[in-house]
Design a protein around this ligand. Structure first.
Ligand code: PLP
Length: 387
């Protein structure tokens, strides 16, 4: 989605924020591994005072992130969760939030165990636009919190439609865009007010840091979350910001490779006799495939499927894989596999999990960028072992 007179995302990911160092000409950005900055005279400085507030390496990363998500501002935080926390703190007491019912387990936990005393949360299936419309009319929420695709069921919400409904009610829309990365989906262009990412996943892409970010156009809200970050303190370290800036350079080629591998594996799983059902937004069989196609330029490496059998078969399958690592998280170059009911979504109460379809035979893959035939062979031997 290149705008006029603007470079494409793969170019921006390499060049924006990565200009040569002014002092030395260093082609690769320096890591400003410092907590404080020396001032010429009291209050006279180079724009940097203390790393909790600002750091030049982090600034470079923020410039790059804003540019690839088509935003004016970006704020980098120490984790995805702290980015979400800052948004919650920025809302006034008593705020109403309509939240997708199938969001990241940690988001659900933050909302229901930390902010439940100060804010009101209404959980809803955001893919049901009619129902969402009436909920918005009924509650007049301050914020609508979306994930598309959701985690782990990979449900797709029509972001444009939700934003139109929200606009009428003067509600803000925030999209957790972690699963798509800015390479495949840009929610601000679809009408959202804020985009949030766990940079731990696709943005960094190498499973070696934890980080989060917010991208937005509203200067007032940006100032608010920056002030909160400076007051509360969840700022990312210069070294971690540098690693993300480095990881970002290959975002385009990584996402293309994730998509290519995931598509092949999804098509293979769809035909496998030990698979009950599979969800991958790139497959025609996905219930919201058309919406996915209309608002994204591709599909990531996330696949969810139901194995034929129960907990016993799932456990056997999960402990038999060799190339796939049995681990939480996603979006790294290496393939990961996990069991949402026991691992990532254990913080979601069992009755709610069941209602959402997170059963004991549900398995989530984060397909990496290894050789796809090796990955398929690994899954096949695990299927055999689980029989
Ligand atoms: C991982 C994740 C988060 C939380 O981010 P952290 O970096 O782990 O704090 C939020 N949303 C989604 C969709 C995630 O996958």
């Amino acid at each position: 989605m290149t705008k006029k007179n603007e470079n494409a995302i793969s170019t921006k990911a390499i060049h924006v924020g990565s200009h040569p160092d002014k002092e030395t000409g260093a082609t690769t950005p320096p890591i400003y591994q410092t907590s404080t900055f020396t001032q010429k005279s009291p209050g006279k400085h180079f724009g940097y005072e203390y790393t909790r507030s600002h750091n030049p390496t982090r600034t470079r990363l923020e410039e790059c992130l804003a540019s690839i998500e088509n935003a004016k501002y970006a704020l980098v935080t120490a984790s995805g969760m702290s980015a979400i926390m800052l948004v919650m703190h920025a809302l006034k007491k008593g705020s109403k939030i309509i939240c997708g019912d199938d969001v990241y387990g940690g988001t659900y936990r933050l909302f229901t165990t930390v902010f439940h005393d100060t804010h009101e949360f209404i959980f809803a299936d955001t893919t049901d636009i009619k129902k969402l419309d009436s909920l918005v009319k009924e509650h007049g929420p301050d914020l609508i919190w979306l994930e598309s695709p959701t985690n782990p069921m990979l449900k797709i919400t029509d972001i444009k439609k939700v934003c139109q409904i929200a606009k009428k009610a003067k509600s803000k829309v925030i999209v957790d865009n972690t699963f798509m990365s800015p390479y495949f989906q840009n929610p601000l262009d679809l009408g959202a007010d804020i985009v949030m990412h766990s940079m731990t996943k696709y943005i960094n892409g190498h499973s070696d840091i934890v980080g989060g970010c917010l991208m937005l156009n509203d200067k007032k809200f940006y100032d608010k979350v920056w002030t909160l970050q400076n007051s509360i303190g969840p700022s990312q370290s210069p070294f971690d910001s540098w690693l993300v800036l480095r990881g970002l350079k290959t975002l385009g080629v990584r996402m293309e490779a994730h998509q290519k591998n995931a598509m092949k594996i999804a098509q293979w799983l769809e035909k496998h006799k030990q698979v009950e059902k599979i969800y991958y937004p790139g497959l025609k069989s996905h219930p919201q495939h058309k919406i996915a196609k209309s608002q994204t330029s591709g599909h990531s490496g996330m696949i969810t499927f139901f194995l034929k059998g129960g907990l016993k078969e799932s456990k056997k399958f999960l402990s038999s894989v060799k190339l796939f690592s049995l681990a939480e998280s996603l979006g790294g170059v290496e393939s990961l596999i996990e069991h949402p009911a026991i691992m990532t979504h254990a913080s979601v109460p069992k009755p709610i999990r069941e209602k959402l379809g997170i059963h004991d035979n549900l398995i989530r893959l984060s397909v990496g960028i290894e050789d796809v035939d090796d990955l398929i062979a690994d899954l096949e031997q695990a299927f055999k072992a689980s029989r």
